[in-house]
Design a protein around this ligand. Sequence first.
Ligand code: ADP
Ligand code: MG
Length: 657
Amino acid sequence: MQTPLIDLRGIRKAYGGNDSPLVEVLRGIDLSIHAGEFVAIVGASGSGKSTLMNILGCLDRPTSGEYLFAGENVARLDSDELAWLRREAFGFVFQGYHLIPSGSAQENVEMPAIYAGTPAAERHARAAALLDRLGLASRTGNRPHQLSGGQQQRVSIARALMNGGHIILADEPTGALDSHSGAEVMTLLDELASQGHVVILITHDRDVAQRANRLIEIRDGLIISDTADAPSAPPRSARPGALQAVDLRQRLSVGSENTGAWKGELVDAVQAAWRVMWINRFRTALTLLGIVIGVASVVVMLAVGEGSKRQVMAQMGAFGSNIIYLSGAAPNPRTPPGIITLDDVAALAALPQVQRIMPVNGATAGVRFGNVDHTSYVGGNDTNFPVIFNWPVVEGRYFTQADEDTGAAVAVIGKKVRDKLLKDVADPIGQYILIENVPFQVLGVLAEKGSSSGDSDSDNRIAVPYSAASVRLFGNRNPEYVVIAAKDARKVKEAEQAIEQTMLHRHKDKKDFELTNNAAMIQAEARTQGTLSLMLGSIAAISLLVGGIGVMNIMLMTVRERTREIGIRMATGARQRDILRQFLTEAVMLSVIGGLAGIGLALLVGGVLLLSDVAVAFEWIAVFGAFGCALVTGVIFGFMPARKAARLDPVTALTSE
Ligand code: ADP
Ligand code: MG
């Protein structure tokens, strides 16, 4: 005698045990089924038929007893191998159809082939052909709720046949159908049996059962009659023309076969994820707000921080970051500030670290033109001014060394002075203005600097020759301060030290002077900005965390709502890792959509801020960083629900409400 395809020996199944009463549903089933048989199992409701069916289909494991499939003990297969067996050998048809509600008829039928790794084109064609054969050619795009019960059941039969469906397990397939649709479904199963499929049909309808070649009756978990055991029955073996049973040895390639499948599965997972999101779009949008706001705030905050940093840097940098200022200072509160002399300046000019040096003899002074009065900073300085301050004239010219040598009463005025004092004059060049009642001729107008941080207004300035300032205005030849350009912007510290040494030496070791530089100011500013960014960053991180919890929440909800779907996917051959991948894909897609929406929102807000004159500088790194964070958050928070889904027991998932 041939090895039976299915051989059950002493199968028992009990539920409960610990806290609930122990119920033994199957109490020792011995049953063998050969290739090509059409078997009907009848019995009263509650007699254990579905339980037996779930064990036959490897959706459930018996409490005790042996299940040999084509001679091999199924108990020795791991969960991936069982998934392989389910998708290669079995096709399930349930009383409640068990279609995935969010998928079209076509997609439902294709699902088992996706897990089998069938190429997309072949899959589409085969599903379409099956639906056509079952009379549903015009319904391929309909979702289950747009189909009648009979049509849904035909879709589920097509799904059972998708991977071959060698063994069709039909649990009361006509139970929910009207008699006409029921008859149609029965005719189909009849046909399949005659084409060589093993059909195992559960029913409580004796008329339906009569169609089978073999009738098994079950009561209280025991087989009480089997027509195959009747003395008149012919000896049983595989019918001629029966479909070949699957080759169990192929399951060993179960790991490697995965390589072709992932692409189809990924596309399917993305499509499924998109559908579910779209169906629940309002809920999804609300839950995604966390991520959207998180990403948007990270991007905007960093952009605003960066923008203001750049602005400050630009203004400070306009005076050069290699500039050191030297001025007199009191060594302690009781002594007057020290005086820096032109001899000091000459000594410092000789230092190798010093590129340029320029004394400034200046003070705030009253200026007058016609009947306009104005107050401005007036500085006497040499011709280094435009170079050392990186400050060109935009009209007229700067005074020359000859002007300096002769102490000429000439002036170059800042933008603000031009605008305030000479506002009524078309051409300021050549005009005479009174500085402290001394007439000076305007030679040129300086370019606009913009105000650097705080109240000092660089553009309210008049530059006159040092000699003229000393003699004509202040009667004092000592500089108010000295501007020194270090040779190397990266070695400002060293230059500062050399200057300090020289000055201490010249001032008898008394530190009656003070050195400041832009680099230090820029660094201090950068530190402040850094702290600010860190603070803004943490706020943003918290909102991302909240967003992540949102993703987790929506994923937990979706796993709960779709437990049945998970069961269906498992019944059609999905492995745990397929389910894991599916739900992780959904979590990632949620985060991607949330992240993209966040970036969009950030750009929008940034645009509005720009229009309202806030300095905003978007940096790619910030945009990608925030997006990456959203993605990682989604994966981390989506993993737990996804794993929960993957670890569900197939029967439990399938029978859940
Ligand atoms: P049938 O399909 O023949 O109507 P079932 O196999 O579905 O019967 O159920 C047989 C018995 O097993 C029923 O009494 C039912 O209450 C019990 N049963 C089924 N599933 C479970 C379960 N998960 N936990 C406890 N009892 C169960
Ligand atoms: Mg049942």
